[in-house]
Ligand binder design. Structure first.
Ligand code: NAP
Length: 312
């Protein structure tokens, strides 16, 4: 039998943004419920070593950090529900959330923190070597490739930014792009093309990630211009072909941009619907860090708390 309950604050998503929003709203006595979704802990649960989350002098593990964050949220009074939001009716108040289990929750305020997923090439070898030379985040993992040769896949702003970032750390960077022109902004392209540590393999895709027990050793590149395959030696491959924000359930409910990211007010977390706030990678396509997601989660909690105060 399906249940219907009412909550003051419902947080959708249990990654860094959602859990931080939970810690803050719980400590503000708002008894938040977190709907943990398909991947409790978010993208950090598929990372290994984390060296850039402030507060830890030694390397920590992503999944461990998220377990601690969830425990911290529960210790201060947040409740985690392992269910998925299939629909949000934001046309009425209290807002109405329908869950995969058939349960329904009404909420005075909602914080959306559903995150995003990196797109992968979809190769078996890419999956097999994920975390052992294959990554989707240069800022997270680049440091582990100091003075090594790496490749970045993609031709958009992210790929170019990642290549430039890696060029400060690594011995060489090869950008691999499937066409003969980049999608990235011109100023970024100029910076990339004049960098002496970066070269571009135009009209190439990755046919196979080569590796052994030590991890990635190279890439087999296919040609989109009728050339022969080409093997290159690299120890790291950074896939930067875009992200998919997990916002399908909010299409037509909240204003989204044309890539599906939730549009929030500049410098804040208010969405197009009064009383619905958004934080983390479902909003942010630029910074995409656990610490920025956590910061936005805090902002969303403070915004929600103030907004609820104004309604009283
Ligand atoms: P994007 O702009 O969608 O670019 C994705 C790139 O990956 C494209 O060059 C695309 O090739 C390539 N690609 C896609 N699927 C592929 C596949 N299966 N195999 C090989 N290559 C593939 O994604 P993004 O660079 O992550 O940027 C997303 C959004 O965030 C954009 O609006 C971007 O401007 C914005 N962004 C802004 C900043 C900034 O302002 N600092 C930084 C990062 C991102 P094609 O070109 O051939 O389609």
């Amino acid at each position: 039998m399906s249940n219907s309950t009412h909550e003051k604050v419902v947080i959708i998503g249990a990654g860094a943004a959602g859990l931080t929003a939970a810690i803050y709203t719980a400590r503000a006595n708002l008894s938040p419920v977190i709907l943990a979704g398909l991947q409790p802990g978010g993208q950090m649960t598929i990372t290994t070593d984390v060296e850039n989350y402030p507060g830890f002098a030694d390397v920590i593990q992503g999944p461990w950090l998220m377990t601690e964050m969830q425990q911290q949220a529960e210790n201060v009074g947040a409740r985690v529900v392992y269910d998925i939001v299939t629909a949000l009716d934001a046309s009425i108040r209290p807002f109405r959330l329908t869950l995969d289990s058939g349960d329904e929750i009404t909420a005075d305020a909602v914080i959306v923190a559903t995150g995003a997923q990196a797109r992968w090439l979809g190769l078996e070898s890419e999956q097999a070597l994920n975390g052992r030379g294959v990554s989707a985040c240069a800022t997270c993992d680049g440091f582990f490739y100091k003075e090594r040769d790496v490749a970045v896949i993609g031709g958009g702003n992210t790929a170019v930014e990642e290549a430039l970032y890696l060029a400060n750390i690594c011995k060489s960077v090869t950008l691999i792009h499937r066409r003969d022109s980049l999608r990235a902004e011109q100023i970024m392209q100029d910076r990339l093309l004049r960098h002496d540590k970066i070269r571009v393999e135009w009209n190439r895709t990755v046919a196979e990630v080569l590796g052994d027990d030590s991890g990635v050793t190279g890439l087999r590149l296919a040609s989109t211009a009728g050339e022969d395959d080409l093997d290159i030696a690299v120890q790291g491959m950074f896939v930067a072909i875009g992200h998919d924000p997990a916002t399908a359930a909010f299409n037509g409910v909240l204003d989204l941009d044309d890539e599906g990211y939730i549009l929030a007010e500049t410098g804040g977390t208010r969405t197009s619907v009064d009383g619905v706030f958004a934080a983390g990678d479902c909003v942010d396509k630029i910074y995409r860090q656990a610490v920025t997601a956590a910061g936005m989660g805090c902002m969303a909690a403070l915004d929600a708390e103030r907004w609820l105060g104004e309604q009283a």
